[in-house]
Design a protein around this ligand. Structure first.
Ligand code: SAM
Length: 252
């Protein structure tokens, strides 16, 4: 997969994209991240990328021409077929909410372009001309799209085949199976007089799987009851979930 990030602050991506899982995925050729400095597409001697807001209002808005030129430089100037069909994402507090399902959707595109807004946002004509998808990482406003882009790219890249060591860990984690993850423990078995649940030490795989499933349901019921409506639960599990929602308590 090839991912282009268009930004006024290329240096913000150095740590997150050079290290850890994304860094290793790049080194192994599983993903290629190309950071595009929007300033290079700025207008005039001063390389302007922002301007006043028509109709009045506080702050400045990102001009359409530099962003559209940056996107077109990737799509039109490329010989790659995948670049011509690249999926263009605008980070935006007004976008559809990002989640695991959206990350899995993005994973299906062989080439992505992510645009980072700044200031008061981006001239609307950018969306009309070159954007396929506006994505928000949550119901709050960030200073710029860079932190949103890092989240979007990170969550998407770790779903690419081979990036995370074990596919089991992707399948089991929160949001992959409609429920939040069950509690997890590592050594020591007793820490400050707190014991790891005995079933996890039993070696009895069926019992462990049953315990984990029930704990996932309880954790979800206590912390994110909104997720239960969409979850596929049998009658017994649904009853456990409903009781937990009505009488919140300890998960594990
Ligand atoms: N005036 C805009 C509004 O009310 O929606 C907010 C602009 S914000 C200060 C500047 C940029 O940060 C946006 O253009 C967008 O790229 C990014 N941004 C802010 N909040 C975001 C969010 N929740 N998700 C994704 N991007 C966000």
């Amino acid at each position: 997969m090839k991912i282009h990030v268009i930004t006024l602050f290329p240096e913000m991506f150095r740590g997150p994209f050079d290290k850890s899982i994304i860094g290793r995925a790049s080194d192994r050729g599983l993903v290629e991240v190309n950071i595009v400095d929007l300033r290079g597409f700025g207008i005039g001697r001063h390389k302007l990328t922002d301007d006043i807001v028509y109709g009045g209002g506080a702050g400045m808005l990102m001009k359409p021409e530099p962003i559209v030129s940056a996107v077109e430089s990737i799509i039109l100037d490329s010989e790659r077929e995948s670049a011509r069909s690249a999926w263009v994402v605008l980070t935006s507090a007004r976008g559809r909410l990002f989640n695991q399902r959206v990350a899995a959707e993005l994973c299906n595109h062989s080439e992505l372009i992510v645009i980072c807004g700044r200031y008061e946002g981006v001239d609307e004509r950018v969306s009309q001309l070159v954007v396929d998808d506006e994505i928000s990482v949550g119901d709050y406003v960030l200073t710029g799209g860079e932190i949103a882009a890092i989240s979007i790219v990170d969550a998407t890249v770790r779903l690419l085949p081979g990036v995370v060591g074990s596919t089991q860990s992707l399948e089991d984690e929160s949001h992959s199976r409609e429920l939040l993850e069950h509690p997890q423990y590592t050594r020591p078995a007793v820490y400050r007089e707190m014991e790891v649940p005995k079933v996890l030490l039993s070696g009895h795989h069926a019992e462990i799987a049953r315990w984990r499933r029930e704990q996932s349901i309880l954790t979800t019921a206590h912390r994110r009851p909104d997720l239960l409506a969409m979850a596929h639960l049998n009658d017994t599990e649904r009853a456990i979930a409903e009781e937990a929602v009505e009488s919140p308590g300890e998960d594990a």
